[in-house]
Design a protein around this ligand. Structure first.
Ligand code: ZN
Length: 191
């Protein structure tokens, strides 16, 4: 009889120890162990097959884990999701992570080098307006309005300045669609 009561007690203490021993480390959509080894466990493989995870989530987790092993700052990040758009990678991270990257362009560059392609960093907790502002950052967004067309909802953004900037508008539209399922209509306003 003793063992029956004893096992849950030990289990509880192990769980408590794990909580206390856990140092802040990179969180990604797959297990951290899988991200480090580059091989999916049966559970994550099943989530990939069911569509709960995408191959982009898996690839980004492995690449970001590589950067985190060399960078304590990146090791604090949380990757919420990821999407490949054309030749670029979009990483959706917690808001403080994106702020840290804006403050530290060298860190953002290091991640870009590991991915070997252009990487976009977007906040996971943001309103539609904040999301659109991040896509156009550092350009100023004058307005964001939603309206309905016969084939669905459209979000119209008016950006200050001229359209011939470095930003690839078609790509921004694809990212808005891939990450938030937003049909983005872009206009520029300048005088
Ligand atoms: Zn796993």
């Amino acid at each position: 009889m003793n063992g029956v009561f004893f096992i849950p007690v030990i289990w509880q203490s192990i769980k408590i120890m794990q909580v206390y021993n856990r140092s802040p480390s990179l969180k990604v959509p797959i297990c951290s162990f899988d991200a480090k080894t580059g091989v999916l466990c049966a559970k994550c493989e099943a989530r990939l097959q069911s569509g709960a995870l995408t191959q982009d989530d898996v690839d980004a987790s492995i690449k970001l884990s590589k950067v985190a092993s060399k960078s304590p700052e990146v090791d604090k990040f949380t990757l919420v999701k990821s999407a490949r758009v054309d030749d670029d990678f979009v990483l959706v991270l917690r808001n403080p992570d994106v702020m840290a990257l804006r403050r530290n362009p060298a860190l953002a560059e290091r991640i870009g080098n590991e991915f070997g392609q252009e990487v976009w960093f977007l906040e996971s907790e943001s309103s539609e307006r904040q999301f659109v502002e991040s896509l156009f950052h550092p350009a100023r967004v004058l307005s964001v309005n939603q309206f309905w067309l016969p084939d669905g909802k459209v979000t119209k953004v008016v950006v200050a300045g001229r359209p011939d900037q470095k930003k690839d508008i078609a790509k921004i539209q694809k990212i808005a669609k891939a990450v938030r399922n937003i049909e983005l209509l872009v206009e520029f306003e300048y005088r």
